[in-house]
Design a protein around this ligand. Structure first.
Ligand SMILES: Nc1ncnc2c1ncn2[C@@H]1O[C@H](COP(=O)(O)OP(=O)(O)OP(=O)(O)O)[C@@H](O)[C@H]1O
Ligand SMILES: [Mg+2]
Length: 327
């Protein structure tokens, strides 16, 4: 359970709201090797984006990182000064978001924004960085002469996402975090963007955390899949393995309901709804929806353990006690 690039341990994040304290992340555990691609999947509200933002230390008020470690190349990012963290963000970890047009700055031209990202990451002047913009835009399949002087609102969603990818990868990050990078785009454009990302990441040898609702896309694009439920990572396995031998009852339900994934409806395979994280269930947060629930599940949060070779699950059925369970 150790990655050579990133080790997230016991990450807890809360949001203080008028309804009460939302316990959004409940001890998240993740690890990633260099050049590896990890997908994070799970229903809406399970904490995928908050995990990504916490790794980048971009959780803003009313949110707060309560505890945990985000060890990146051996250094705990949660202990760095804001200044040191700025360097990590600009050079070593970059992020692309679901809404590319909104993520770009509306008042600056594309060329300037790409140049600024390059200048910041390579410690060169803006003028020098400008010379590298045509190459960066061409790399993502854009006609740079036509794109360089446009503003964000003049770009289509697909073009804007290509610009975001150009900015994110121009800095040659060790780790790229992509939070649902294609879900706001048309289906045909989605496929193009994924193929582009796939090629660029292969060439750039970037490690990737890829956040998606779509388990099928996750397993195709990534080496490993981490399944999240209500603020916890409940299962981690190699992509093929998670389909062939899902262990956690939630993952089994998620796979059963694949045609519905992404449509934000109740899962076919799993009755009940995602719990309210102001007052989450005790013990395993999945226990009220689990048909294999037994006493221990209601009182004790299961730890993520290696249940079989390179296959990790957080479920008491695998630490003994469940009588009706046959994986
Ligand atoms: N700024 C915020 N203020 C209050 N609560 C928040 C905030 N951001 C996230 N949360 C809460 O944290 C929890 C996790 O949210 P998160 O955005 O990580 O979910 P997600 O898995 O990314 O969902 P989606 O698939 O819809 O993007 C949710 O309960 C959400 O309501
Ligand atoms: Mg999200």
């Amino acid at each position: 359970m150790r990655g050579s690039l990133l080790n997230v341990k016991d990450l807890r994040v809360v949001f203080y709201t008028y309804r009460g304290v939302i316990k959004a992340l409940n001890g998240v555990r993740l690890w990633l090797n260099e050049e590896e691609r990890l997908a994070i999947v799970g229903e809406t509200g399970c904490g995928k984006s908050v995990t990504a933002l916490a790794i980048m230390r971009l959780i803003e008020s009313p949110g707060e990182i309560k505890s945990g470690q985000v060890e990146f190349l051996g250094r705990d990012l949660l202990q760095l000064s804001e200044e040191e963290m700025e360097k990590i963000r600009g050079k070593h970890i970059s992020m692309i978001f679901q809404e590319p047009v909104a993520a770009l700055n509306p008042v600056f031209k594309v060329g300037f924004q790409v140049a600024e990202a390059i200048a910041h990451s390579q410690n060169i002047s803006l003028k020098e960085a400008y010379d590298l913009v045509p190459e960066a835009l061409t790399m993502v399949g854009l006609d740079w002469k036509r794109t360089i002087d446009l503003y964000a609102h003049e770009l289509s969603g697909g073009m804007a996402q290509r610009v975001m990818i150009a900015m994110a990868l121009a800095v040659k990050p060790k780790l790229l975090i992509a939070d649902e990078p294609t879900s706001a785009l048309d289906v045909t454009i989605q496929a193009q963007i994924l193929e582009l990302l796939d090629n660029l990441v292969k060439v750039g040898k970037n490690a990737v955390i890829f956040i998606t609702h779509d388990l099928a896309v996750a397993s195709e694009f990534c080496d490993k899949v981490a399944v999240m439920y209500a603020g916890n990572v409940v299962e981690v396995a190699i992509s093929d393995e998670i389909f062939a031998r899902p262990m956690h009852p939630y993952t089994v339900g998620l796979i059963d309901s694949i045609p519905l994934v992404g449509q934000r409806k109740e899962l076919r395979g799993i009755p009940g709804i995602v719990p309210d994280l102001v007052d989450p269930p005790s013990g395993c947060r999945f226990h009220p929806r689990c048909k294999y629930v037994f006493e221990k599940c209601k009182v004790e949060l299961p730890e993520l353990v290696e249940a079989s070779n390179d296959h990790f699950v957080a479920c008491h059925l695998y630490s003994g006690g469940g009588s009706t369970w046959q994986p």
